[in-house]
Design a protein around this ligand. Structure first.
Ligand SMILES: [Zn+2]
Ligand SMILES: [Zn+2]
Ligand SMILES: [Zn+2]
Length: 156
């Protein structure tokens, strides 16, 4: 899958008349290597900088815009004041859901759509065809629930 994404990127760059520089490649690789982590611009910059010390934050920023424009990545917002990015998965018809822990800030993904029934109802009742959605569930992750119950247990 990774090879396919890189090839796709090279092809799109060529079509647009851009060169595939080492730095552009490094930004894409950082995202590919950290799938499911929803890295922010700054985090991507830190990863890329480790191997390419010459790269600037502005280059990372511009490359992310380019990747977004090419439909290879998209922005996700977890209301923490940072732009985060993840790969567009070609096998996903609709975007996966995110579980945001309000205690530790961890983010987990729900792979299954689970909304087919709701989408069908919306189409029937509102005549609206759902083509995608961006769903965030807020709550407590299993780790935090465990930690919380241990704390209460210790107190009593
Ligand atoms: Zn759906
Ligand atoms: Zn948590
Ligand atoms: Zn995600």
């Amino acid at each position: 899958m990774e090879k396919k994404i890189v090839k796709n990127f090279e092809e799109k760059l060529r079509n647009k008349g851009y060169r595939n520089t080492e730095q552009r490649q490094a930004v894409l690789s950082a995202i590919i290597d950290n799938q499911g982590r929803h890295l922010s611009t700054e985090e991507i910059y830190d990863i890329v900088k480790a191997n390419s010390p010459d790269i600037g934050l502005a280059t990372v920023y511009r490359t992310l815009l380019l990747l977004e424009e090419m439909n290879l990545i998209h922005k996700v917002d977890f209301n923490d004041g940072r732009s985060r990015y993840e790969l567009n998965k070609s096998n996903e018809e609709h975007l996966h859901h995110h579980l945001v822990c309000t205690q530790c800030g961890s983010i987990h993904e729900v792979k299954d759509d689970l909304l087919e029934q709701l989408e069908k109802q919306i189409h029937e009742k509102n005549g609206f065809l759902v083509t995608n959605h961006s769903v965030k569930f807020y709550g407590l992750c299993s780790e935090c629930q465990k930690n919380n119950s241990q704390k209460t247990y210790q107190k009593t």
